[in-house]
Design a binder for this molecule. Structure first.
Ligand code: FNR
Length: 350
């Protein structure tokens, strides 16, 4: 892990209420998948190129029309107000200032409109298909109006994963924070949190439906198999995000690093493929990019930065990841992500 990220993590641990720290760090079940996430990127060894002119490295990345300083994207995460008083408004500003892209969670603790107004860079909106589908559609329309450039439909959460560390909901998120973006759509007293729960009967039809509703491309997040990725692309997905939800959904799900090659093969370049889970350094990102990913998402390190120092710390964290990726790319003999290919990574013996 990069030193700055570890430093932010240590600061976050002391600053956050213990139950918030637990909520951020937790994985589901026995946390087998969580424990493997970071280690799985380190299983790969690099086969560098030499005698290339690497005096200039260009990390600029184009993702569905968004121009980024580097292929780092901030993963959607709930309730940033638990980490910082400016919540998602600080995250989106910090990320935009670094030249990167933010994905804003449905469970954001500021309104979509406030967050859109604070944005200094491109952003996407993460949707859950909720039991009341009209709610999801209203949020997607508001996100489009507020400036979101794509929708990320999270599909690995038919039910929320059970996390022992947060059992008994020690993290009491009050309704006025939980329902920040839903309140205006709910009839007071008539509908509550249950209509905002994920709909376990969701099918691939939702992909095209949400694309129609918002007029935006829809990426699907939470895919760990090639055949499932293909199903999403066939149903109209504009991108696929390989993810096990940071080890928070199905415990013992495979690490994203292991699922990535089969997803890339099945998608065959038809749409961008992104990956997340345990990315903590430029070298982790290098492994993902050389395998064939178009970009990587970073989750918890952004919450640590937010807790440690608000927007400027988020900017610094992303800049540190970018600088490190730039360095390792050059030392591996590449001048840009397109120079990388799967021959440059080999899985070390297990
Ligand atoms: C998440 N994640 C998540 N994903 C999503 O699609 N919608 C959400 O609201 C949330 N909320 C959320 C809260 C917290 C506290 C965490 C840690 C994660 C999952 C997230 O987008 C991402 O997949 C993982 O966090 C990536 O792994 P790392 O980088 O945290 O290891």
């Amino acid at each position: 892990m990069l030193a700055l990220l570890a430093d932010h993590r240590d600061q976050a641990r002391t600053r956050l209420r213990p139950e918030v720290w637990d909520y951020y760090e937790a994985g589901s079940g026995e946390e087998v998948t969580l424990a493997e996430a970071e280690a799985s990127w380190r299983e790969f060894r690099l086969r560098p190129r030499v005698l290339r002119d690497v005096s200039r490295v260009d990390l600029t990345t184009s993702l569905l029309g968004a121009e980024l300083a580097s292929p780092f994207v901030v993963a959607p995460m709930a309730f940033h107000a638990l980490a910082h008083e400016d919540a998602e408004c600080a995250t989106i500003r910090g990320t935009g200032d670094a030249g990167n892209l933010t994905v804003i969670s449905t469970r954001a603790s500021r309104t979509i409109e406030e967050i859109g107004a604070a944005a200094t860079g491109p952003w996407w909106f993460q949707a859950y298909l909720m039991r009341d589908r009209g709610l999801t559609e209203a949020l997607v329309q508001r996100a489009a109006a507020a400036g979101a450039r794509a929708v990320v439909l999270t599909v690995d959460t038919p039910y929320v994963g059970k996390k022992d560390k947060v059992s008994g909901t020690r993290i009491a998120v009050p309704d006025d924070q939980y329902l920040v973006n839903l309140a205006q759509h709910l009839v007071p007293g008539a509908v509550g949190r249950e209509s905002a729960e994920q709909d376990p009967s969701m099918t691939p039809d939702s992909i095209a439906r949400l694309a129609d509703v918002g007029g935006l491309p829809v990426l699907v997040k939470g895919v760990l198999r090639g055949d499932e990725a293909r199903r999403c692309v066939d149903a109209g997905a504009a991108g696929v995000i390989v993810s096990n939800h940071g080890g928070r959904q199905l415990d013992r799900a495979v690490p994203s690093a292991h699922a990535l090659p089969e997803v890339l093969e099945a998608v065959g370049g038809a749409v961008p493929v992104l990956v997340d889970g345990g990315i903590r350094s430029g070298t982790d990102a290098l492994v993902a990019l050389a395998t064939g990913a178009d970009a990587v998402l970073v989750g918890r390190p952004v919450l640590w930065a937010l807790a440690a120092g608000g927007a400027p710390a988020v900017t610094a964290s992303l800049q540190a990841l970018t600088a490190h990726l730039q360095h390792v790319l050059a030392v591996a003999g590449a001048t840009c992500p397109a120079d990388l290919d799967p021959s440059m990574v080999v899985r070390a013996r297990a």
